[in-house]
Design a protein around this ligand. Structure first.
Ligand SMILES: [Zn+2]
Length: 245
């Protein structure tokens, strides 16, 4: 039992925290058709609804009970734009532009915490350049980005969301590696967008989000529908539409 549990944990770390992406432009899944609405709901259920999987599992028992099978997100509609300390990292700014353009909505407050010391930030996303690590916790050739707590860990902050499903903590988006052993193929805009998608409430990878391409219509459809519903909405009650083909 002990052995199998170790294997399980290792698999979780590789799939979620490692966030490794091959250069897979030739992958068959790049050409796969966009999933239908039923599959989009299943992707959301797996990547967001299940509070007992990484990263959602890192919350108190009562929070997981209250939010399991329910939507978790930042709730821009009632809580305001998501503060981002982008530290003038251009590819992060490009990724935010791409996400807002694609979804046709404004999500990010790019100014309010720009000069706030990290340890005084109450809520939002902090961009850190050069600090991406892989599942080993150190630089890896295919590790070009990961999301975690302030300071660069691959673990997410404890209780980064609450019982109502609102994400209201501080996440760090780590991009590229300053080590010669890390991210040896270079950081792409697609992977940068992918990392922001994690920080916007997409936990696990699925076909079209880390499995196959870093981002695909499936990833955009999941993000669109996560943002287009209210925190706490039951998975079965989500309004799901296939916006991107
Ligand atoms: Zn990933």
């Amino acid at each position: 039992m002990r052995f199998s549990k170790t294997i399980f944990l290792a698999a979780v770390l590789v799939s979620a925290a490692g966030c490794m992406h091959e250069d897979d432009d030739d992958d068959d899944r790049n050409a796969m058709p966009a999933a239908n609405e039923e599959s989009i709901r299943d992707f959301i259920r797996s990547a967001n609804g299940n509070s007992y999987k990484f990263p959602w599992i890192n919350a108190d028992h009562d929070t997981k009970v209250a939010t399991n099978e329910r939507l978790k997100q930042w709730d821009v509609t009632t809580q305001g734009l998501i503060p981002v300390k982008h530290n003038n990292v251009q590819i992060a700014i490009d990724a935010m532009n791409a996400i807002e353009d694609k979804l046709g909505t404004t999500l990010f407050d790019r100014t309010s915490i720009q000069s706030t010391p990290d340890d005084q930030i109450q809520k939002g996303i902090v961009v850190s350049y050069g600090t991406a690590v892989g599942a080993s916790g150190g630089p890896e050739a295919n590790a070009c980005g990961h999301v975690g707590a302030l300071g660069g860990s691959t673990g997410w902050p404890r209780n980064f969301y609450g019982e109502t499903g609102h994400m209201d903590s501080v996440l760090q988006v780590n991009l590229d590696s300053s080590s010669p052993d890390g991210c040896t193929g270079g950081l792409s805009l697609d992977v940068t967008i992918h990392e922001f998608m994690h920080a916007l409430g997409m936990g696990d990878h699925f076909d079209g989000f880390g499995f196959g391409p870093a981002i695909h219509a499936n990833a955009w459809n999941v993000l669109h529908n996560i943002l287009n519903n209210s925190p706490g909405t039951a998975m079965d009650s989500l309004f799901v539409e296939k916006k991107f083909q």
